[in-house]
Design a protein around this ligand. Structure first.
Ligand SMILES: Cc1cc2nc3c(=O)[nH]c(=O)nc-3n(C[C@H](O)[C@H](O)[C@H](O)COP(=O)(O)OP(=O)(O)OC[C@H]3O[C@@H](n4cnc5c(N)ncnc54)[C@H](O)[C@@H]3O)c2cc1C
Length: 436
């Protein structure tokens, strides 16, 4: 049987069978047949989770890559219903054609919409939530094969669980998104001394629609990204970036050249810290205007592993101070930058920003370099402030550790057990994080 593995190469599985579904009825039939055969079912996204959340060892791997596209769109209200296997890349193109857009996005577009929602995928913006805050209704195939709808007013508890559901409450057939009129962003990216960024972090987060920064652990400079909505047609904005410059900067410098530096560091680890400082030193100013999704999303061709924790905004400086102290003590040096983002509090049961103003701190390591000591050190720093791990990024927490972090954790477990009493949608990762 063909093996399944994820983008980062950190999870693999051998399913008992692969089933391709191209309509909701196919999904229902696949779930019913799996039940008759006593098999579990896992809906597959694009495999961009670093955790084994999508792994389907010994069960049915449900391929939804043929179940794509927009079902309906109301340009007036911005409500768009989309099939679950649609990639964010395809969705952005389709929304563009309708004069609509997602209000906020993460930094790649390879994920499927259902996969991104399932793990609480987010972008940045102190006044904005993650992607799941933009989902207003789902059509789900439950463990008994029935097709049901849910929203804030129809089966509200099922909806509350499905918004960030880890594929545990059912297979998403379609999702209805609250989109916004298409908008452009002015991107301003520039190096700043890390100390200055840390001193003014609250002002930077408050003054910009989408603020984030990258920090190379052995450098003194941070790369600060400020993306702001273009106020109106008359606004004084920088021009679009010429195609050749986009190619040079995003493709050559950020992927080809950085990839070569990573390979050199992997071959000669003593070069990692100097290469890291060099990467920080060559950061340049970049200002341009582009449609929102072209600013949010950048190509990521250099493979890496990642762990990310959502920490209370008020704890961010303490977390970064502890991380800065920990990195030089690691036995194995770190090649990739740390990324810091922000998000508003939301009301979603298993959202990592549930009920609190949040900062996201993500640590990365180049594929093939040792990362466990680094990620463990980061995990214990995050744990000291009640950090919540991204469901799709590497962590070692189990249900006992996660329960105190989420006030509605047991409500999620109750709804999950109600709709899936036999554990049709459970895999080893879900078993660990939910104790089911
Ligand atoms: C290079 C890279 C960049 C990233 N950038 C960001 C970022 O900026 N912000 C961020 O928050 N995360 C980011 N991530 C993480 C990524 O967004 C999430 O892990 C996301 O879940 C991946 O989506 P996917 O389609 O690949 O889903 P998969 O990883 O394939 O699956 C994730 C989960 O979704 C479930 N699922 C998929 N389809 C369905 C369905 N139809 N019904 C029910 N469940 C379903 C799967 O069963 C699984 O549980 C990044 C990952 C990578 C590799």
């Amino acid at each position: 049987m063909t093996e399944w593995s994820n983008w980062a190469g950190t999870a693999s599985a051998v399913p008992a069978r692969w089933v391709r579904a191209v309509c909701a009825e196919d999904i229902s039939v696949a779930v019913r047949r799996a039940a008759s055969a006593g098999l579990t079912v896992r809906a597959l996204g694009s495999g961009h989770s670093f955790t084994a959340v999508a792994a389907c060892d010994g069960g049915v791997a449900l391929d939804l890559s043929g179940y794509t596209g927009i079902v309906s769109a109301d340009v007036g209200t911005g409500l768009v219903t989309v099939r679950s296997g649609t990639t964010i890349r395809a969705l952005n193109v389709a929304l563009d054609g309708l004069g609509l857009a997602m209000a906020n996005l993460g930094d790649i577009d390879a994920q499927t919409i259902a996969g991104a929602l399932a793990t609480g995928t987010h972008g940045t913006g102190a006044g904005l939530g993650g992607l799941a805050t933009q989902a207003v209704a789902f059509e789900l195939v439950l463990a008994d094969g029935s097709l049901v709808s849910c929203s804030a007013s129809v089966r509200p508890e099922l909806f509350a669980a499905a918004r960030v559901g880890l594929g545990a409450v059912g297979v998403v057939g379609t999702v209805t998104l609250q989109c916004v009129p298409a908008f452009s962003l002015v991107a301003d990216e520039r190096p700043m001394p890390l100390e200055q960024v840390l001193e003014s972090i609250d002002d930077l987060a408050a003054a910009n629609d989408h603020f984030e920064f990258y920090w190379f652990p052995y450098g003194r400079q941070a790369l600060v990204k400020r993306n702001n909505r273009v106020a109106g047609p008359a606004a004084d904005v920088p021009p679009a970036m010429p195609g050749w410059r986009r190619w040079w900067e995003f493709s050559v410098l950020e992927n080809t050249a950085f990839g070569a530096a990573c390979r050199a560091g992997r071959a000669v680890p003593a070069m990692i810290a100097p290469l890291n400082r060099l990467s920080a030193a060559v950061l340049a100013v970049r200002r341009y205007t582009a449609p929102s999704h072209a600013v949010f999303v950048t190509p990521r061709r250099v493979r890496f592993v990642e762990s990310e924790y959502a920490v209370p905004r008020a704890s961010l400086l303490d977390v970064l101070a502890a991380l800065r102290a920990a990195v030089p003590r690691l036995a194995h040096p770190v090649m990739f930058p740390v990324e810091v983002r922000v998000a508003a509090a939301d009301d979603i049961w298993l959202s990592t920003a549930s009920g609190r103003e949040t900062a996201y701190v993500a640590v990365h390591q180049y594929a093939g370099l040792p990362y466990q000591e680094y990620f463990d050190a980061f995990e214990s720093i995050a744990a000291s402030v009640g950090g919540r791990p991204h469901w799709g990024k590497m962590h070692s927490l189990d249900a006992a550790a996660l329960r105190p972090l989420y006030p509605r954790f047991d409500d999620f477990g109750r709804v999950r057990a109600d709709v899936d009493p036999d554990g049709r949608f459970v895999n080893a990762y879900l078993s660990r994080v939910f104790g089911c």
